[in-house]
Write a protein that binds this ligand. Structure first.
Ligand SMILES: [Cu+2]
Length: 174
């Protein structure tokens, strides 16, 4: 491989990395167009969450009118009982609020106003680990693309993106 091709490859890699980062940092508009409010149906926000794929680095956008609602991150127990007395982390009182998901695992959010939580204004999500696995480095050009060397539990959407990412690299390299 000559130098021109090397630098061309570097450029392509840089572009792919940018696309990769762009893909990895998504904004999730909580509740889509209805935003963050007391829903018609108490399953609204769980249904919404089940169609999303949350990754560390993503942003939750809570759209609400300041003074009418808030967002409190709570424990699972407090989420279940709609107890707003023991927040873990911040309370967001100004709408709209953008919350960056900076750790993996389960996150629970409720509205602390009146009976809003009990009436369905609460959200439980599961955030998948790190946005960038250690295998982001350029793979050796002579090998075939290994599928998920660290073999995480399930083939998630991000894993699929990485597969596409490396497939593109291999195609470009040859
Ligand atoms: Cu509310």
């Amino acid at each position: 491989m000559n130098m021109n091709k090397m630098s061309g490859l570097g450029g392509v890699v840089a572009i792919l990395m940018l696309l990769h980062y762009a893909e990895a940092q998504r904004v999730h508009q909580v509740g889509d167009s209805q935003g963050w409010r007391v829903p018609q149906d108490t399953t609204t926000y769980q249904n919404w969450a089940s169609n999303q794929n949350f990754t560390v680095g993503d942003i939750l956008a809570f759209d609400f009118q300041t003074g009418r609602h808030n967002v409190i991150e709570v424990s699972r127990d407090s989420y279940s009982s709609c107890n707003s007395n023991n927040p873990i982390g911040s309370t967001w009182n100004t709408g709209p609020s953008n919350i960056t998901l900076n750790r993996g695992g389960e996150h629970y959010y409720i509205c602390g106003v009146g009976q809003h939580c009990a009436n369905g204004q609460r959200l439980a999500i599961n955030v998948s680990g790190s946005a960038l696995p250690p295998s982001t480095a350029i793979p050796p050009s002579s090998t075939t693309t290994p599928l998920s060397p660290s073999s995480s539990a399930s083939t998630s959407f991000p894993t699929f993106i990485h597969f596409l990412f490396f497939s593109a690299l291999v195609i470009v390299a040859f």
